[in-house]
Design a protein around this ligand. Structure first.
Ligand code: GLN
Length: 447
């Protein structure tokens, strides 16, 4: 009840939720109050959570931030939703997002942009901006977001909360509406690192319903937090500390590195030579996969169907024209182009080869260090409207989060300071595949 009162009074300023699940949530909470469910019985018993509106929730509309799915009510729960329900969590509602998770500011929501709780004239980051803003404003105890190229880490950084993108394959994508299937991962957005460990524990692990989920044991993430970081080698990639980073970001990250050194970590310089190609490779691969994944929204199977079309082709055209926003259309056109005969080898194939080089850079670097430290983004939260007309500027702001997604490695964003204008700044910690335990342990030092 307290959370819903808070949502009702504060969310009109933020628009961090698209759909509330009030009746069901209160009914569920009542079971604990009445003693019909035991608060000590399961790890997330009674914990009020949000969930990004790209994850299917049985009986509750799942819009992906898109008009084309405005009235889509899934007949099943995504695996992560099922798992957090089973662990006792109570879902409060569905968090706002950039349409189909395409964006870095949540301004591409087909409904309304989300505002940053630290300064409501500024963006909360994206695409999981609704999740991050809701957690930062204490409208839910934590939320699940998704990250294809930074969409958990960057909004967490912009909102001063913790965001963890797991290794590709660590968390099931069953019931996650696909954007770029070879990159998408679900992960927690939380107030602190211990909560991130707790939530990851519940959602990680093999799922036979997702053929890309990996069948490896899930370690004890909370247990890992108790270990010190003495003797850990932390790599600083020179390619990430370049001109163009806001001075306040550079200073806060430098200070965080110093702190970790004082706590006994060894700082080593590493090189990730193909970093510069990350933005270009990602913005070919992700739109290519998106153009294919989004072909299913044809006005027949789900969501919006244009009325008054005269035949099948015009129904497709009108439904897609009306249902998709500008950024989604841009990506579909770009993706279709780079996959088309005659261009495939020059663009998609080349980008895939570059992706392998980026992945190898990380594997080489992890020979010399246990984890890598970088800023999450070169900039602090910008004003709503400031970059929306300049997609290239928006894409470039993802330069530090995209490479880890292309490599499939885990990354966490942890608050490490504030700018002189009192805007949050995040430190990014990247680890080897399936070593979420190491990055959680390092991030935990800041609490
Ligand atoms: N900002 C990136 C994009 O627009 C990443 C989005 C994401 O991780 N979902 O594609």
């Amino acid at each position: 009840t307290a959370y819903f009162e808070r949502i009702e009074s504060i969310d009109p300023l933020l628009s961090s939720f698209l759909t509330l699940m009030k009746d069901e949530a209160l009914k569920e909470a009542q079971l604990y109050d009445d003693g019909r469910k035991d608060l000590a019985a399961s790890p997330l018993a009674g914990i009020p959570l949000g969930i990004k509106d790209v994850i299917c929730t049985k009986g509750f509309r799942t819009t992906c931030g898109s008009r084309i799915l405005e009235n889509f009510i899934p007949p099943y729960d995504g695996t992560v939703a099922e798992r957090i329900y089973k662990a006792g969590a109570i879902l409060l509602g569905k968090n706002n997002m950039d349409e189909f998770a395409m964006g870095s500011s949540t301004e591409n929501s087909g409904f309304t942009p989300t505002h940053n709780p630290w300064d409501t004239e500024r963006v909360p980051g994206g695409s999981s901006g609704g999740s991050a803003a809701a957690v930062a404003a204490d409208l839910c105890a934590a939320s699940l977001g998704t990250d294809t190229g930074g969409s958990i880490r960057q909004p967490a950084s912009f909102c001063g909360v913790v965001g963890l993108k797991p290794t590709y394959g660590r968390v099931s994508r069953f019931g996650l509406v696909a954007f770029a299937s070879s990159l998408d991962q679900i992960g927690p957005i939380t107030k602190d690192v211990e909560d991130a460990a707790l939530l990851l524990q519940e959602i990680a692990g093999y799922d036979p319903k997702d053929s890309t989920s990996v069948n490896l044991p899930v370690p004890d993430y909370r247990g890992a937090l108790r270990q010190s970081i003495k003797g850990l080698r932390l790599g600083i990639p020179k390619e990430y500390f370049i001109d163009g980073i806001e001075p306040d970001v550079a200073a806060s990250v430098q200070k965080a590195i110093e702190t970790l050194k004082q706590l006994g970590a060894e700082i080593v310089e590493v090189s990730l030579p193909h970093t510069d190609y990350g933005v270009a490779a990602y913005y070919i691969i992700a739109p290519a996969e998106a153009s294919s994944n989004l072909a299913r929204y044809d006005g027949v199977k789900y969501g919006l169907r244009a009325s008054n079309s005269k035949d099948l082709m015009s129904m497709y055209r009108q439904s897609r024209s009306q249902g998709f926003g500008a950024e989604v259309k841009r990506r579909i056109m770009l993706g279709t182009y780079v996959l088309s005969a005659g261009y495939y080898d020059a663009y998609y194939k080349k980008a895939s080869q570059v992706r392998t080089l980026i992945r190898r850079d990380f594997l080489d670097a992890f020979e010399k260090c246990d984890a890598i430290l970088t800023p999450v983004a070169p900039i602090t939260p910008f004003k709503i409207g400031e970059k929306i007309d300049d997609p290239l500027q928006m894409y470039l702001s993802d330069a530090f989060t995209l490479p880890a997604s292309l490599a499939g490695i885990p990354g966490i964003s942890v608050p490490c300071g504030f700018s002189s204008g009192n805007l949050p700044i995040g430190l990014q910690i990247l680890g080897p595949h399936f070593r979420e335990d190491i990055i959680l342990r390092i991030a935990h030092q800041f609490e």
